[in-house]
Design a protein around this ligand. Structure first.
Ligand SMILES: Cc1cc2nc3c(=O)[nH]c(=O)nc-3n(C[C@H](O)[C@H](O)[C@H](O)COP(=O)(O)OP(=O)(O)OC[C@H]3O[C@@H](n4cnc5c(N)ncnc54)[C@H](O)[C@@H]3O)c2cc1C
Ligand code: SF4
Length: 818
């Protein structure tokens, strides 16, 4: 985070002066590491925490070597030398470079080291056993989440801030979690014993077990983790271990280059190392003997360093930071700053405790200024108190106001009185001055506009009340941002308004919508959502514009990380034949598929084809496809049903084939996966699909909506029970059309069903309380009739370069992830 921040600060001060080259051991642009806990707990998507995508670097002419580790600085020849990482190695590992790769050397005038920290691994045997994880990067997060799926029990080693966040994240993956802490209390650095005991109770109520004063010495298991052994010889079973026992600065490159390194890379107040042309920022730095493990100091260091490097303020100095932090655990409110107990005889302690509600508030005051605070259970005043603590503001006489807000409702701290450099958003390091500028110059009159302009409030969100106060002061009012309700950001209309306008004006293409409804201004980020909506509204007449599609939709195959494509032949209901399999095998061999893989949805994935080969692959397969990538109905999985199963109550295979043939290619707000099961034993997992049909006694079928078994797990809600395949098709079609009309773009069916509620859906779709049943049936019928196999483009490409110019495909990070 520090490296990219310094670059941002430098560009703000002088965008033209420097030719900037960056090395990053991780293969991404920078992301907000502090939000990883939210990604692990599922409250944020990975895409949401990226601060600058790879495009940001190239647009600013920054040469970014992503996935390349800087290994040495040749101070005589003034070169930084790096080597690409092996794909499977940890970016913070001691080595991890691909030794056979050619080194990359870049010349320099000045170097900034921002290598951060690596997790500290306590001395324990068996640390390399599969099932042991560290928690530092976006990839760690992904690996923990996917491994947790096969686990019942997890142990987190370390009861600090990160350990508790990891534990809460693991709970969402339905694992029994135990936190192990060597000290007698949780969060030793931030809490006193009493608040730590309350926090332990709160965590235990949430389902996290906490074991204090326990030191593990061995990780047990050979093939994979099976348990832990403690110092006293006792053991505890577990399926996985996450180590979060502290951090250590990454200093090898500085040490190997002959710079002064003690606990961290030693820097002066201008962030200069022992070499005047080499600077360092972030967690790798030791400044005035102190190492920092939070982002606040990083923002301050980055601003100082940018002033120095650009010579905008040669006197700038970083003098150290005061630390305040919050625990980002859903369901626990906790903020802590500075000292946890009085240190001088005259220190004043203001204390309020309400154990039954888990509330504990403590302030330590010295000379009328706040030197420490713990707020547990209620953190309403945390934002204001953090400001008072950092800025050393003189406190109001009535100390109770600091804990509960002022009795007359007036703000305890007027944001008006804060200096411009006061940091309002700690997650993204945004100052009051930055927000003021966004309001006064950028004309941002709502919290979300300020966020879009400055990133303030886009992290943990706890600074939003201060942003509102600033809006009241500088804009005169806080306006609710209507754009939060727009269907796509580039067209100022809600979904119902947009549909009405599109229909009324007969707009059939994305460019026509921009022309008529957005003043002619095209917004690239809105195109895909609009294309999907238009296709559902005008199944026959929609005017397809290729630039409104993702690469996957342009070539009807799935782009993979290495720029090749995967093809999934359509196998209706999961039932294939020897002849079909033979054909698939021949094509895989002839076009050198890098891998042939059975998918979780009963289909065969052929991975690693070149773009130019796609038309030939399709032609020779002769099986339709084009369904495995797009935001549309995809496949319907089935169990063996009455044909072969001893328990079968209904013909699930025939039903699933009918469903798949009928709804193939139907566009929807997000992908839809379906399944049918021949009885409630649910072998095909129909209860956890977007739409599922399960046969029950008496020749009946139950229809389930909004199930999920991916990042979220949810059993679908029962819509209705019917007696024939035809009725299943009717109600499934009705639901699809209703979802197409009312779902937000990229809203999965489970979010949609929860948002509207199953009762409302049952009323509309089954009891037809709004009288739209027949229309919905007709609309979906029209969409079904308009289906065209996209693979026909193999013989009739839409434009001459559609498949023939493989170099034209640039694998943008966003598209790979889409
Ligand atoms: C899960 C989690 C939650 C957190 N929550 C909070 C919070 O709520 N509040 C808070 O204030 N802080 C929090 N932190 C801490 C915060 O993220 C760090 O303080 C911050 O990221 C440090 O920034 P940095 O740039 O120094 O290091 P990093 O963000 O780690 O960046 C260093 C980068 O350098 C790369 N690198 C290392 N060596 C080399 C090399 N030789 N060549 C090229 N690249 C190299 C690394 O791979 C890494 O990508 C959290 C951290 C984690 C892991
Ligand atoms: S769901 Fe029922 S019918 Fe289908 S395979 Fe399983 S047990 Fe058999």
């Amino acid at each position: 985070m520090a490296g990219a921040r310094v670059v941002e600060e430098i560009l703000q001060r002088d965008a033209q002066r420097f030719a900037i080259t960056m090395f990053g051991a991780e293969p991404y642009g920078n992301y907000n590491r502090i939000l990883l806990s939210n990604v692990l707990s599922g409250s944020q998507q990975m895409e949401e925490i990226f601060l600058n995508p790879l495009l940001w670097y190239s647009e600013r002419n920054i040469a970014l070597h992503a996935g390349v580790k800087a290994t040495s600085i040749d101070r005589v020849r003034r070169l930084v030398i790096g080597k690409p990482m092996r794909p499977t190695s940890l970016p913070y590992g001691l080595d991890g470079c691909d030794q056979s790769a050619t080194p990359i050397a870049e010349s320099y005038d000045q170097v900034i080291i921002a290598t951060g920290s690596r997790p500290f691994l306590p001395p324990m045997e068996g640390m390399d056993t599969p099932g042991v994880f560290q928690f530092r990067t976006v990839d760690d997060c992904g690996q923990i989440a996917s491994y947790a799926k096969q686990c019942k029990k997890a142990i987190v080693i370390g009861g600090g801030l990160l350990g508790l966040e990891a534990a809460r994240g693991l709970l969402t993956h339905r694992v029994e979690v135990t936190v192990l802490e060597a000290m007698p209390q949780l969060m030793t650095a931030q809490l006193d014993p009493e608040s730590a005991t309350l926090l332990k109770t709160t965590m235990e109520r949430m389902g996290v077990q906490v074991l204090l004063e326990q030191i593990a010495t061995h990780i047990l298991g050979d093939e994979r983790v099976t348990g832990l052994r403690f110092k006293d010889g006792s053991t505890l079973e577990t399926d996985m271990v996450v180590v979060s026992a502290g951090i250590r600065p990454i200093t090898e490159i500085a040490k190997d280059s002959g710079l002064t390194v003690e606990k961290g890379i030693v820097c002066d107040d201008q962030m200069r190392t022992s070499d005047p042309d080499i600077f360092a920022v972030g967690e790798c730095v030791q400044h005035r003997g102190v190492l920092y493990g939070l982002v606040d100091p990083i923002w301050e260091q980055a601003a100082t360093l940018a002033d120095i490097i650009t010579e905008k303020n040669p006197q700038a100095a970083y003098v150290g930071s005061k630390l305040a932090t919050k625990l980002k655990v859903m369901g626990v409110q906790l903020a802590s700053m500075g000292a946890t107990k009085p240190a001088q005889p005259d220190d004043e302690v203001v204390l309020y405790r309400e154990p039954s509600r888990g509330v504990y508030k403590k302030l330590i005051i010295r000379d009328d200024k706040l030197v420490g605070g713990i707020l547990l259970g209620e953190t309403d005043t945390a934002g204001v108190l953090t400001q008072m603590f950092t800025l050393e503001t003189v406190l109001p006489e009535r100390r109770a106001d600091l804990l509960f807000g002022s009795s007359n409702g007036a703000p305890i701290l007027s944001v008006f009185d804060l200096p411009d450099h006061a940091q309002i958003c700690n997650c993204n390091g945004v100052s009051k001055g930055g927000i003021k500028e966004a309001i006064l110059i950028g004309k941002c009159h709502s919290v979300s506009k300020v966020g879009a302009h400055t990133k303030a409030g886009m992290g943990c969100g706890s600074c939003k009340s201060l942003i509102m106060q600033l809006l009241e002061v500088y804009a005169g009012e806080v306006v609710e941002d209507p754009s939060e309700h727009y269907y796509v950001p580039g067209v100022p209309l809600t979904k119902p308004e947009l549909i009405a306008a599109i229909k009324a004006q007969g707009l059939k293409s994305v460019s026509a919508v921009f022309r008529e409804l957005a003043g002619g201004k095209e917004d690239p980020g809105s195109k895909v959502g609009l294309a999907s909506l238009l296709k559902s509204l005008w199944p026959h007449e929609y005017e397809d514009e290729r630039d409104a599609r993702f690469i996957n939709d342009r070539v009807h195959a799935n782009i993979q990380r290495d720029g090749t494509f995967s093809v999934i032949p359509r196998i209706y209901g999961g039932v294939t034949s020897a002849a079909e399999l033979k054909k698939i095998a021949e094509v895989a061999e002839k076009y050198q598929a890098k891998m042939v893989k059975l998918t979780g949805g009963q289909r065969i994935d052929l991975l690693g084809f070149k773009k130019a080969d796609l038309p030939a692959v399709w032609k020779e397969l002769g099986i339709p496809s084009g369904h495995a990538y797009t935001k549309a109905f995809r496949t319907c999985k089935s169990c063996v049903g009455t044909d072969f199963c001893r328990y079968g109550l209904g013909d699930s295979i025939a039903l699933s084939q009918k469903i798949e043939r009928r709804f193939q290619g139907i566009e929807s707000p997000h992908k839809m996966k379906l399944a049918t099961a021949g009885c409630p034993r649910n072998c095909s997992e129909a209860y956890v699909k977007d739409l599922g049909a399960v046969a029950i006694e008496g020749g009946q079928w139950e229809i389930y909506l909004g199930g999920a078994a991916g990042g979220s797990v949810r059993k679908g809600d029962l819509l209705c029970t019917v007696t024939s395949h035809d009725e299943v098709l009717r109600y499934m079609g009705r639901f699809m059309q209703y979802y197409r009309e009312n779902g937000k773009y990229l809203e999965r069916s489970y979010g949609f069903v929860e948002r509207l509620g199953i009762e409302k859906l049952r009323d509309v779709l089954v009891h037809d309380t709004e009288g739209i049943g027949t229309r919905l049936d007709a609309e979906i019928e029209a969409a079904v009739a308009a289906y065209k196999d996209p693979w026909e483009e193999a013989t009739k490409p839409v434009h001459e370069n559609q498949f023939t110019n493989p170099l034209a495909v640039s694998v943008r990070e966003e598209e790979v992830r889409a």
